[in-house]
Design a protein around this ligand. Structure first.
Ligand code: G6P
Length: 608
């Protein structure tokens, strides 16, 4: 969704802003703009559509300066148009504002200002901020912010420039992420770490209700009440190259192939691989808590929710703790039955998904303990949870989640094994055995990825395919849900997932010789049942692809078979999905889809 960048320093900020916006393109947007203080005057360029259109405009109408802000807008209030795109100026053209989030009381504020004779140019909620600041401005923008910010309701990250204070860039955060990177004599503002990794990994992560006054000499932090506060920088471990394509055509492909590394690094963070023991200090439960656990609730959205469903099976099977999963957007409004002292596990790659944040707040409001599984240090969910387990996947740029998903599942595997051991259901020796198997997963992942050409060829042979059904049972069903999501997200091919036993209750009516049915066969004890379902769709002339664990015997030579290296049945989802991620990628590639930024989707869904 929307992206924010800003720069204060000695260099010309325009190329820096454009590069930052390009790093944020993956979030999804429909217009872009920059505001720069050029020789003390506010200069603004905006354009609808891709960033290239803005760059082209700037090529025709150049601007430059050492302080500026930039924005990619994903329309919420008002259509994508030049006038609705950010930055938004006040009527006197002296204050420019960029904004992520939603000002919920903008109608009231707008009516108030209109009553005072202020006229508005756009349909956006954001314009009320620049107009309000202008209305109350008496020569000191910081003081004006102390007056105006408490009037805003909703969520916002703001970047603000004022022509009368040409050395200052003001940043405000409430509910929408905003960070400020520190380099020598320069500061880089962004809504997302990947936009500034190239320049610095030394960042201030703003807290809600923080106002930062940034000049090239330094930075001062205030609360919206006016009180000055100290903030420390956080070191981001992600490498500069991790947010680049590194020779791959798309981030999605790069991220698929990064999974063996991501799995290794995540595992090594939680497990001592020499002694094959779990690092106690990194885990969310001690023995007493583990034994007192009666119920866990897992909440998340999208792919993270699918990882949560796998997590449920792992925790229930290994640790015998009753576990519920829910979609965050449902959970937040559902009349849940809550007991104080329960534990909620929130799963979110970005740590910023609006519904998941709301669910965390609701759970905390009921007295639950919240454990976050997230990929982004300092994200809202990381900060608001009682305990955080990070996936060490590195920045995930492609909208379709790949390496975050498999590392989230890995965390659930570690949690489930640890709980089982603490609850006396797995001896230390059995735990070591399972951890040895987990430690073998990255290499097995490499084996799956080595089948890239075969998958690409199959995708080629399925070029015209319009309907794909993924079927499986138990763990294979949950993996199928993620498989169907992956395919539809990036290739726009209609795909559904069904618990194989449900086929007969409706979906089989849709199967004919134009349908591709992908059966997942990794759960050895139940696989014969799914194979029977495969025969049922074969009888309806569907084309069949089997993704099956190595030891499972299959004997129909006309089926395409992709073999998953043998592992513990409970650990196979991480391996199986790699095939489908590659399949989805190659289907999208041959259809010419915008793989890293699929239509209508956003990487980080920060509004409801
Ligand atoms: C969006 C993304 C998905 C992601 C979901 C949840 O829909 O496109 O890839 O799974 O949000 O995001 P989160 O950051 O909370 O994991």
């Amino acid at each position: 969704m929307c992206g924010i960048v800003g720069y204060v320093g000695q260099q010309d900020c325009v190329p820096i802003l454009l590069k930052g916006l390009s790093a944020l393109e993956y979030r999804g947007y429909d217009s872009a703009g920059v505001a720069v203080l050029e020789n003390g005057k506010m200069a603004v360029r905006k354009e609808v559509g891709r960033l290239a259109a803005l760059e082209e405009k700037i090529g025709r109408m150049p601007l430059s300066g050492v302080i500026g802000i930039g924005h990619t807008r994903w329309a919420t209030h008002g259509e994508p148009s030049e006038v609705n795109s950010h930055p938004h100026l006040d009527s006197k053209n002296r204050i420019a504002v960029i904004h992520n989030g939603i000002i919920e009381n903008f109608r009231e504020l707008k009516a108030f200002l209109q009553g005072k004779g202020v006229s508005f140019r756009s349909e956006t909620d954001t314009e009320v901020v620049s107009q309000l600041l202008s209305y109350y401005y008496e020569g000191d923008l910081l003081k004006t912010l102390f007056r105006v910010i408490p009037m805003l309701e909703g969520s916002y990250a703001l970047g603000i420039l004022c022509q009368d204070q040409p050395e200052h860039l003001y940043c405000v955060r409430n509910g929408s992420p905003l960070i400020i990177g520190r380099a020598k004599g320069e500061f880089y503002v962004a809504s997302d770490i990947s936009a500034i990794l190239e320049y610095t990994r030394d960042v201030y992560i703003l807290e809600d209700d923080d106002i930062a006054d940034v000049t090239k000499e330094g930075i001062a932090f205030y609360r919206e009440t006016g009180e000055q506060v100290e903030r420390q920088t956080t070191q981001i471990a992600w490498s500069r190259d991790s947010a680049q394509k590194g020779g791959y055509d798309h981030f999605m492909l790069k991220e698929i192939f990064e999974q063996p590394r991501a799995l290794r690094e995540t595992l090594a963070h939680y497990v001592d691989l020499e002694t094959l023991t779990i690092k106690r200090e990194a885990m969310p439960f001690d023995r007493e808590q583990a034994n007192a656990l009666e119920k866990l609730t897992v909440i998340a959205c999208g792919t993270a929710h699918h990882a949560g469903m796998i997590g449920r099976v792992l925790i229930e099977t290994l640790a015998r703790v009753k576990t519920e999963t829910d979609i965050a957007s449902e959970y937040r409004y559902y009349d849940t039955i809550d007991q104080p002292g329960e534990t909620l596990i929130a799963v979110s790659q970005s740590g910023e998904t609006a519904d998941t944040v709301a669910a965390v707040r609701k759970a905390k409001g009921h007295g639950s303990r919240v454990v976050a599984l997230t990929n982004v240090i300092g994200s809202t969910i990381a900060r608001e949870s009682d305990m955080v387990m990070y996936t060490l996947a590195g920045p995930e740029i492609a909208v379709a989640s790949t390496k975050a998903y498999t590392t989230q599942i890995l965390l659930f595997e570690i949690i489930a094994l640890d709980l089982a051991n603490l609850r006396g259901l797995l001896t230390d020796e059995e735990l070591r055995e399972r951890l040895r198997e987990l430690a073998a997963l990255p290499e097995k992942a490499e084996q799956v990825l080595s089948h890239r050409e075969e998958v690409a060829d199959f995708a080629h042979s399925e070029k015209g395919c319009e309907d794909v059904f993924f079927i499986g049972r138990l763990m294979d069903y949950y993996t199928s849900l993620e498989a169907a999501l992956k395919l539809k997200e990036v290739s726009y091919i209609h795909s559904e997932a069904y618990a194989a036993g449900e086929l007969k209750h409706g979906p089989i009516a849709l199967i004919d010789d134009t349908t591709l049915v992908v059966a997942t066969l990794t759960q050895k004890r139940i696989v014969a049942k799914t194979i029977s379902n495969v025969e049922e769709v074969r009888a309806r002339k569907a084309k069949i692809l089997l993704v099956a664990s190595e030891p499972i015997p299959l004997n129909n030579p006309q089926d395409t078979v992709w073999r998953v290296p043998d592992t513990d049945d409970l650990f196979s989802p991480i391996l199986m999905i790699l095939y489908v991620q590659m399949f989805a990628y190659y289907m999208a590639l041959q259809k010419g889809c915008d793989i890293d930024k699929p239509r209508n989707l956003a990487k980080s869904v920060t509004v409801e």
